[in-house]
Design a protein around this ligand. Structure first.
Ligand code: ADP
Length: 385
């Protein structure tokens, strides 16, 4: 392997916080990023070589990226697999992960079907076409059932627990479009495994505990506070999932741990994921550096944890959109164990992910770290109320 300057250029569809943290990680390797994003001056813009302003499904923008890049990747699930495939064929630029993997993951029903066909444990699910299907699913799987839009959901938007047959018609209407239903999993914990598929090697970071509120990820605790059986089962399932996916890159595998200690796969993110942000301070090679290495086909980095590490998201605590101004950050900057990550979004919106805080401590008790993380995040606010 020889290094030149730039060592390589990676084209990234999407320039949000994931692209920004990818750019931060690529710099020391001498790798340059070019991103495409519809928002001028997107979060990644300050840390990448260039931004092409264009929609995620704009072939011209994808082509402009591909022409400048050694490899094309994406940091958002709204990237267009068909467009990337067309441009990949035209330009010969390799694309990782494979757009076919993204296509499957974009449809929650297709994703569950692919996982089930691969022998992986998933919540019992049913395709839903009309209210009668939903009522039938509720009878079979038990109420409540979790109704999910097949496409376009994120941070729980597009999910709706349905309490009984009387709510079926209204719930389906509120979801709009194609849907599926899942048994409502009474989970003990949510876990995530960040895995990375490289050129002939596959690795995974320690199992992470993810804490959601109103279906939005709030905090991650790594390594997860679970017993050894659950940890090894979660890793085993994650490696099986990674074995099913086409193309190199980092993947987030979201899991449920049931009361009986069973592991079910909730969903896969074909990209770095919020539950892996702790790897920036908590490991020698973050998920972002790992993704850059993987898509380029370079040797992967280490995935073991340096120390117990917790992250807490800074979400928009406002009622409506307004210019982003976070008050009280001296509490984070003044804490010797805390690191602040600010995503550079110009506008704060209700529950929008604006940044995160990581606390890492070699002698750290994870419960104590988590409560300190909650305290520091609780001490900052966008609201002037
Ligand atoms: P998104 O794609 O919006 O992230 P997910 O399908 O991962 O949505 O769901 C978001 C959250 O909703 C999960 O992290 C979990 O807390 C809850 N959830 C999802 N599916 C189920 C289910 N079948 N049973 C119970 N809770 C669920």
């Amino acid at each position: 392997m020889n290094h030149t300057t730039p060592a390589a250029t990676v084209g990234v569809v999407g320039g949000g916080q994931l692209g920004r943290m990818m750019g931060e990680a690529a710099g020391p390797l001498g790798v340059e990023l070019v991103v495409s994003d519809p928002t001028p001056d997107c979060p990644a813009a300050p840390v990448v070589r260039d931004q092409i302003v264009g929609a995620f499904d704009d072939d011209d923008a994808i082509r402009a990226l591909a022409e400048r890049a050694d490899v094309l990747t994406f940091e958002i699930e709204l990237a267009d697999p068909d467009g990337m495939e067309r441009v990949g064929e035209e330009t010969g630029t390799p694309i990782h992960p494979d757009p076919g993997t993204l296509r499957t993951i974009q449809d929650k029903l297709a994703q569950n079907r692919a996982l089930a066909a691969g022998g992986l444990p998933v919540p019992t699910f049913r395709p839903i076409e009309d209210p009668a299907d939903l009522r039938e699913a509720g009878e079979e799987l038990g109420w409540p059932v979790m109704l999910k839009a097949r496409r376009g959901g994120y941070d729980g938007r597009g999910n709706r627990p349905v309490e009984g047959p009387g709510d079926a018609a209204e719930a389906l209407e509120s979801i709009g479009g194609a849907a599926m239903a899942e048994e409502f999993v009474d989970f003990e914990r949510e876990l995530a495994v960040m895995g990375v598929v490289g050129d002939g090697e596959t690795r995974a970071y320690p199992v992470t505990e993810t804490i959601h509120e109103a279906e939005i990820l709030r905090e991650s605790v790594a390594p997860a506070r679970v017993d050894d059986d659950v940890r090894s089962r979660a890793r085993e399932v994650a490696f099986e999932v990674l074995g099913l996916l086409e193309g190199r890159g980092v993947y987030g595998i979201e899991l449920f741990e049931t009361g009986a200690g069973e592991i079910l796969v909730n969903e896969i993110a074909p990209r770095p994921h919020n539950s892996g942000h702790w790897t920036i301070e908590g490991t020698d090679c973050s998920q972002f550096e790992q993704h850059v290495r993987a898509v380029l086909g370079w040797p992967l980095g280490r995935t073991d944890a340096r120390a117990p590490t917790v992250t807490a998201n800074v979400l928009g605590d406002v009622d409506s959109a307004q210019p982003a101004e976070l008050a009280g950050t001296e509490a984070i900057l003044g804490s010797p164990e805390a690191s602040l990550h600010w995503y550079g979004k110009r506008e704060v919106r209700p529950l929008r992910k604006m940044g995160h805080v990581t606390l890492s401590a070699a002698d750290g008790d994870r419960g104590a770290l988590l409560s300190r993380a909650r305290d520091v995040v609780g001490s900052v606010t966008f609201s002037d109320r």
